[in-house]
Design a protein around this ligand. Structure first.
Ligand code: APR
Length: 228
């Protein structure tokens, strides 16, 4: 089985009704990154940050995988698929993808602010965390999200995965945020790299095959191209 590594970003979930970050109407047009997605923002106004992620969680819970997620899961019948996602939603898993690495954390998990290995999965009927919600050792809980300025612990695994790809597919990311955007440079030289996005994205790599479509249409076209 050929190994396909898929790097996904916010555009992957756009057709499921989850806002991207940098498109017009994107989250970073409505909120300041430094207020809600940095350790400093959390120190300054923790409830604002908790509320922001409580809201994101509510949206995610209501969202359904789109055809793009579903087709990627179906492709597991014919290919060895590893997904590396910058998304914190769980739509790849909901669609049935088995190997999913979350580079920037997971919305449905929370973490102790003090004992970092204490990570808890939230269940659907308890998706809020607030000031005063603590881990079993009494420290405040925070969203299990990699904020700007924080280390990306999954990066090493992601690099190893990309290095073993026979085919790399990039879907719905503006490739603005590092180190995630740098992952495409770890793909073995000469392998096919497909980039699915309805808008122009500049990948810093030669020979990229652009599929200028949304995720659902784009993955469908990718499957046809791979059969040829
Ligand atoms: N299908 C595919 N791609 C789409 C669609 C769609 N239907 N709609 C929009 N896009 C594309 C946009 O053209 C853009 O290139 O999705 C991309 C979204 O880019 P960003 O909003 O910058 O999201 P992303 O690249 O995932 O951001 C990276 O930034 O704020 C952080 O941690 C956050 O993980 C996130 C990181």
């Amino acid at each position: 089985m050929k190994k396909i590594v898929v790097l996904t970003g916010a555009g992957m979930s756009a057709e499921s009704g989850i806002a991207t970050f940098r498109d017009s109407g994107g989250l970073w047009n409505q909120y300041k990154i430094e207020d809600v997605a940095t350790p400093e923002g959390f120190v300054k106004n923790p409830q604002l940050v908790l509320d922001f992620y409580n809201m994101r969680r509510k949206e995610t819970l209501a969202a359904k995988p789109n055809l793009g997620h579903i087709e990627l899961a179906e492709m597991q019948n014919d290919y060895d698929i590893s997904i590396i996602t910058q998304n914190v939603d769980n739509l790849h898993e909901k669609a049935g993808s088995k190997k999913v690495l979350h580079l920037h954390g997971e919305l449905m998990k929370v973490q102790s602010t003090k004992y970092l290995d204490l990570i808890y999965e939230l269940n659907a009927d308890n998706i809020e965390i607030n000031i005063g919600d603590t881990c079993e050792r009494g420290a405040q809980l925070r969203p299990y999200i990699v904020w700007f300025g924080e280390a990306v612990p999954m990066m090493e695994n992601a690099i190893k995965t990309v290095q073993t790809a026979d085919i790399l597919v990039v879907i719905g990311t503006s490739l603005n945020v590092y180190p995630a955007a740098g992952l495409i440079n770890y793909a073995p030289s000469g392998i096919p790299v497909y980039l699915i996005d309805p808008n122009e994205v500049k990948a810093q790599r030669a020979g990229v095959i652009y599929i200028k479509k949304g995720a659902s249409e784009g993955v469908k076209e990718l499957r046809e191209l791979l059969l040829q």
